[in-house]
Design a protein around this ligand. Structure first.
Ligand SMILES: [Zn+2]
Length: 326
């Protein structure tokens, strides 16, 4: 089996959306209020207070070679792992035995994902579409703006050789294709005043067919479905642990990922953690957090969201993506 060295390209697709969000004072006020309410609760009260949300999800497989036309079973393995990750069901993993700090922080997001059962026309569906394309591989948009035209991301357009999104206000759209040089990328949530027609059409996540689920075409080190968990984390408004910019300004800016219970770090942590001896520690800061979904560990070592990340995702889901909750 070959192994790949693929990482997230979200920072190349979109810079931080903080500046836009900050222009919307009302939204920030609402967000801060919800966020601090959640963060002040003890963990047990916190979990009790949260309703379980369901999000319908559709996978658009856009394939050139037959091998890229991955099986339903591979998609099911992805859904299973995504739901496990968002419900904090990795705690029995023995890797946590070495990392009690991370285990104590791991939190259930109380969000689940279900394959769509009805398509936009009201027809029954299994939540998977399959489209043959003439495009051999797809480039990641690198303009650092999610106003990239569809021409730069044709997997999202039927006319251009991909597949049109299903109404992104009702479905989480996941495009699976032969993505060149990256594991995937996501589009951040936006306040409604910034949602253009293009942003509605491109909303969702794109994933390399080598990084989906835990069987079939997956390759180490992206063979446990964590790419989709990570990208959905972005889609719900969480940033990389090292900050929202591609250059990792987490420590210097003092804001990093804007989450109080993660630790600023100098850049992505990759591969396999070896004790608390990260080279990404910022001077004067505690040791960086390990095993987090919003870092870039090998899939096997990507195991948890913190309470702060969960609070952030749920706040943005309620404020900016509420129409998708069923
Ligand atoms: Zn990422």
């Amino acid at each position: 089996m070959t192994s790949n060295n693929l990482f997230c390209a979200t920072d190349d697709y979109t810079e931080s959306v903080i500046s836009e969000v900050l222009q919307s004072n009302l939204l920030v006020k609402e967000f801060n209020q919800k966020y601090s309410e959640l963060m002040l609760l003890e963990t047990s009260a916190y979990l009790d207070k949260m309703t379980l949300y369901n999000i319908p999800i559709v996978f658009h497989i856009v394939y050139y070679d037959d091998v890229e036309n991955i099986s339903d079973a591979q998609i099911i393995s992805q859904i299973d792992s995504l739901n496990k990750d968002f419900r904090n069901l990795n705690l029995d993993n023995v890797i946590f035995d070495e990392y009690p700090r991370e285990k104590a922080l791991a939190t259930d997001a109380k969000i689940k994902f279900s394959l769509a059962t009805t398509d936009p026309n009201g027809n029954t569906t299994n939540g998977i579409t399959r489209t043959r394309t003439m495009i051999e591989s797809f480039e990641c948009p690198a303009g650092r703006s999610d106003m990239e035209p569809l021409e730069r991301q044709p997997m999202k357009s039927t006319y251009l050789g991909g597949k049109d999104a299903w109404d992104t206000r009702k479905y989480l759209n996941v495009w699976i294709c032969n993505l060149s040089g990256a594991s995937g990328y996501a589009q951040y949530p936006r306040s409604l005043e910034y949602m253009t027609d293009l942003r509605y059409r491109t909303d969702g996540i794109v994933v390399n067919y080598r990084c989906v689920g835990s069987e079939g075409t997956t390759e180490p080190t992206r063979n446990k479905g964590k790419t989709v968990t990570h990208e959905v984390g972005h889609w719900l408004g969480t940033y990389h642990l090292w900050g929202a910019g591609a250059d990792g300004t987490g420590c210097r800016s003092g804001s990093g990922d804007l989450i109080p219970d993660t630790v600023p770090q100098k850049g992505p942590q990759v591969g396999i953690p070896s004790g608390y001896s990260s080279t990404k520690q910022c001077p004067g800061c505690p040791k960086p957090l390990l095993l987090n979904f919003m870092d870039q560990w090998d899939d096997e070592y990507s195991l948890m969201f913190t309470k702060g990340q969960v609070a952030r995702m749920r706040c943005w889901l309620e404020l900016l993506r509420s129409s998708i909750i069923t």
